[in-house]
Design a protein around this ligand. Structure first.
Ligand code: SAH
Length: 364
């Protein structure tokens, strides 16, 4: 099998095999690297060597892969490149240790990732799609529309580039950047598996969180497949009606069915889900909403994460601080844990829901 046809058959996005763009190695798992080797008449242990160079070391050039014969390195570089993404720009927040990275795909589209540091935890928020099809009313990514699914390599490469550029250990990864991870399910799971792989990046499963808008069928599948990554679900409403107000997808995946699959997940996996709840002034911030949330979620194995709305210049507003505080106080009676996420990097549009790449915002 030629490399191109082998790669085209993977569950990743079809690889562009035009003369201009070579195939990227980042994104391939061990068995895939090993099957490439047959074409070069190299022994299969080279697959392991390349795997470690790609994911464990921080090298960026074939010539730095010291334990590969130089002829083989040259032959590899004729056909392949290492990274599917090119770093275009990094923006640092002036008030917090938060950085936003802009990347370009081989096919020209752009995506963003956000690195946030807090205490001992360094979290990378990564994108799973260019744009998003879900169309939540309060999220900036929606304005881009859906452009494409990222490949496994384009997802994992965000991690590798940031780890190298930021010269830091990334302790946690959250799929909370652009896109709906469960509408790119196979590649997101394959990317999480690669980041979790023992001989590679080796990020613990519990340090990877996948956040979904609530694609019920995929939550079921995720439960059946017994993945160990943490699951977060964007609730964003205290009832079906309230969810529908800002999330058109709630029509297709109503709250009742969503809560059933969430229960099944937490019972089967024995792990609670985190329910994310964006606080929008006059929309989701009434004390009555807090009481409804307590009613609705009591008896369910979950955590509630309240996210004060980050401005995207749309029709919604962040509630005043005293309103946020009153909402949290009302939730004190809840029998489940409640946390508040004060988003990082809102001054550089890097907070939750603020990621959107507009052509005019691209700096070369
Ligand atoms: N599509 C996935 C992941 C991307 S959004 C999902 O829906 O879960 C990541 C989180 O940011 C979600 O919980 C979402 O509800 C929240 N979010 C979106 N826009 C926001 C905004 N403007 N302010 C605060 N949080 C927002």
């Amino acid at each position: 099998m030629s490399c191109a046809s082998f790669l085209d058959n993977r569950n990743s996005a079809p690889v562009q095999t035009t003369k201009k763009s070579k195939i990227a190695l980042v994104g391939l798992k061990l068995e895939e690297l090993e099957s490439i080797l047959t074409e070069f008449s190299e022994p299969s242990f080279r697959g392991q060597q390349i795997f470690e160079w790609l994911y464990r070391s921080r090298v960026d050039l074939f010539d730095q892969m010291g334990n590969l014969p130089s002829d083989f390195r040259n032959a590899l570089s004729e056909k392949f490149i290492i990274h599917p993404l090119k770093e275009v720009h990094v923006t640092g927040s002036s008030s917090e240790p938060t950085q936003k990275f802009l990347f370009e795909l081989q096919s020209g589209e752009k995506v963003e990732s956000v690195l946030m540091k807090e205490g001992k935890r360094t979290t990378l928020c990564i994108s799973s799609q260019v744009g998003c099809a879900v169309n939540c009313d309060f999220c900036a990514t929606a304005s881009m529309g859906f452009q494409k699914n990222l490949s496994v390599g384009e997802i994992v490469d965000q991690f590798l580039h940031v780890r190298r550029a930021a010269k830091t250990n990334i302790t946690n990864v959250v799929f909370m950047g652009m896109g709906e991870p469960f509408l790119n399910y196979n590649r997101v799971i394959a990317a999480a598996d690669l980041m979790n792989a023992e001989k590679g990046i080796k990020l613990g499963a519990k340090r990877i969180t996948i956040s979904t808008v609530g694609i019920t069928s995929k939550i079921k599948r995720y439960t059946d497949e017994k993945h160990r990554y943490k699951l977060a679900i964007s609730l964003n409403g205290s009832s079906q009606e309230s969810r529908l107000q800002t999330m058109p997808i709630a029509k297709k995946y109503p709250l009742e069915g969503l809560l059933t699959v969430i229960d099944n997940y937490s019972l089967t996996s024995r792990h609670p889900v985190t329910l994310e709840y964006v606080l929008m002034a006059g929309i989701t911030d009434n004390i009555d909403d807090a009481l409804k949330l307590i009613d609705m979620l009591t008896g369910h194995r979950c955590k509630l994460n309240v996210i004060p709305y980050n401005d995207i210049g749309g029709k919604y507003k962040r509630p005043a601080d005293d309103v946020i505080e009153a909402f949290i106080i009302a939730l004190k009676k809840a029998p489940f844990p409640v946390t508040v996420r004060w988003s990082k990097g809102t001054d550089i549009a890097a907070g939750c829901g603020q990621l959107a790449v507009m052509e005019s915002s691209v700096i070369n």
